[in-house]
Design a protein around this ligand. Sequence first.
Ligand SMILES: [Fe+2]
Ligand SMILES: [Fe+2]
Length: 273
Amino acid sequence: MIIVQLSDLHVCPPGVLAYGRVPTNDMLREAIEHVNALRPRADVVLATGDLVHAGDAEEYATLRRLLAELEAPVYLVPGNHDDRNNLRQVFADSDYLPDAGDFLHYAVADYPVRLIGLDTVVPGKAGGELCERRLAWLQDALEAATDRPTVVFMHHPPFRTNIDHMDVIGLEGAAPMGRLVARHPQIERILCGHLHRPIQVRWNGTLASTAPSTAHQVVLDLRRGAEGAFALEPPGFQVHVWSRDTGIVSHTAHVGRFDGPHLFVDDGTGGVG
Ligand SMILES: [Fe+2]
Ligand SMILES: [Fe+2]
């Protein structure tokens, strides 16, 4: 099973640049072309929040048009730039988003790996939260299938990244989530967004990670108190490959035009790679 993770799409109204600078819509179009060109093909695509930039209905309509080009089914969770109501309205015909209730969380059992999408949004805040109600829902979702390999995906990572300006808008409720996760070894991965870079950590008996953005990347600056900044480093997405033998093996793919591919030739220097 191949799970592609797109993150932090930050789709804008047509013709608008995010932060006056980033052509997020064109960049998503290009990322989708790369995903569609993968062989073997992706079975499923997860989009881990900040789907649009300002939460407007017009942006979700644009997002919907862009995502229609994806050849694999896509599952959305919201991030701090999203608006639950507008997201829900524009994707009202989806077969997985809950029609009612306060949160856009759900479990998908149609694949060899069970998928649990979490909604960490707190309206009006950049940081996220797993409140008691959401933790209780997660507990039920995990207990419903303790023997199935499971991926949890969410926008705000539950771990500290050492990128200061992002850590201060991290996730409340991470500690009780960690205790819950530690009791559920079926969790193969916790896949997050928000950081606009790929980061991995061992966390409560599983691996937790973030993904690059399909648009702008957060600058790698680990100094205490460093100011928040982004750069147009190569955008990308994650490719999580699951098999019964290996569990999940995760790759980072970059989107763009680069020199190559060039076939390796044996030039007597120690083989290929
Ligand atoms: Fe973002
Ligand atoms: Fe975010």
